[in-house]
Design a protein around this ligand. Structure first.
Ligand code: SAM
Length: 214
């Protein structure tokens, strides 16, 4: 996702600490207190400009959504979108998802969404892929035992890599969809990338997986 220099970003983040939470590790094991309710916590990693998380928060008002996005210049756009929506069940964190285990306690999260994650096609960048083994270890740690990982992408290579990675980790694959938009799913909330790629006629892949499937 293209990053633009936004000189106003630091001021915006300082003025909106109720929305883009600074020092997120201080809330580890207490995220429900941040929302003031006992609703489940769903986390999107690589939130981008926020279309998915805002759409999901509208569709599921009894779920607390937390978006993690590395890039400051992008997360401020997501935060503006959240503000405009007026949704109270969204918070954002500007962090690298590598630090997930410092932010959330074991079992604190019910669902993790990975949407159109950067593919990092070169072998030497494998560790940066959000579906590589080291990331799966982090997800397994924070997800509750019934928790789900839901992954969407347009990138066939990344999808195939991820299916192998999930299988090698002995995750249970609950859904493998090779053309998500073939049949209209009224519950599917589209991301910015999803709109762009599906408009070009590219198939969208989705996988749902759990770590312990008894
Ligand atoms: N999810 C959005 C969508 O589908 O439209 C954005 C997709 S964009 C290709 C990937 C996003 O993930 C970028 O905004 C990037 O900054 C973010 N990202 C990549 N690696 C990340 C990481 N390790 N932690 C948090 N965010 C990350």
């Amino acid at each position: 996702m293209r990053q633009r220099n936004k000189p106003w970003a630091d001021d915006f983040l300082q003025e909106n600490t109720h929305l883009v939470i600074p020092n997120p590790s201080e809330h580890k094991n207490k995220w429900q207190e941040v929302f003031g309710n006992n609703n489940p916590i769903h986390v999107e990693i690589g939130t981008g400009k926020g279309q998915f998380i805002v759409g999901m928060a509208k569709q599921y008002p009894n779920i607390n959504f937390i978006g993690i996005e590395l890039a400051k210049s992008i997360i401020v756009t997501a935060a503006q979108k959240v503000q405009e929506s007026g949704q109270q069940n969204i918070r954002l964190i500007q962090e690298n998802a590598e630090n997930l285990n410092e932010i959330f306690e074991t079992n604190e999260v019910s669902t993790i969404y990975l949407n159109f994650s950067d593919p990092w096609p070169k072998n030497r960048h494998e560790k940066r892929r959000l579906t590589s083994r080291a990331f799966l270890e982090r997800y397994e740690n924070v997800l509750d035992p019934d928790g789900e990982l839901i992954f969407k992408t347009d990138n066939r290579g990344l999808f195939e890599y991820s299916l192998v990675s999930f299988s090698e980790y002995e995750m249970l694959l609950q859904e493998i969809n090779l053309d998500l938009h073939k049949i209209q799913d009224p519950e599917n909330v589209m991301t910015e990338y999803e709109e762009k790629f599906s408009a070009k006629g590219q198939p969208i892949y989705r996988c749902k997986a759990v770590f312990r499937g008894e």
